[in-house]
Design a protein around this ligand. Structure first.
Ligand SMILES: [Ca+2]
Length: 131
């Protein structure tokens, strides 16, 4: 009886404790403003532990040919708000590979960049817009 109860409750607790990536319709700044995209320092092999570490918010219309200081080649996961899109480049200013993102991206490592690369720790410029 006790064991059964544990088995039923434990998986739910794990998900609740580690669910990290916010949903695309829940991105708000501390002042309550809608955020265009939130970019995170880390990701995890486990989907429910992604979107961790420090994060960088892009607001609607933010256009950064040079990503803010300290963030170059550092972003590993990201979430783009509903009806918004994030354009990124691998080299500043807006050079190299280019990619458009929407929705939740748990692992930039799994997004192919060019023939052999991937987008983990590879974003150097961005432009975020919402409709
Ligand atoms: Ca990283």
């Amino acid at each position: 009886m006790e064991l059964t109860r544990c088995l039923l409750i434990f998986p739910f607790l794990l998900v609740a404790a580690f669910a990290q990536c916010p949903a695309s319709n829940q991105l708000k700044s501390e002042s309550g403003e809608k955020v265009c995209a939130r970019m995170f320092e880390h990701s995890s092999y486990y989907y429910d532990q992604s979107c961790t570490g420090k994060y960088l918010d892009a607001m609607n219309g933010d256009d950064f040919p040079f990503i803010p200081l300290g963030w170059n080649n550092r972003i590993s996961s990201l979430v783009v708000s509903n009806r918004c899109e994030l354009l990124v480049w691998s080299i500043s200013p807006k050079r190299g590979s280019k990619r458009r993102f929407t929705g939740v991206v748990y692992h930039l490592k799994e997004v192919q960049k060019g023939l052999f690369g991937n987008w983990n720790d590879s974003i150097s410029s961005y432009y975020c817009t919402c409709k």
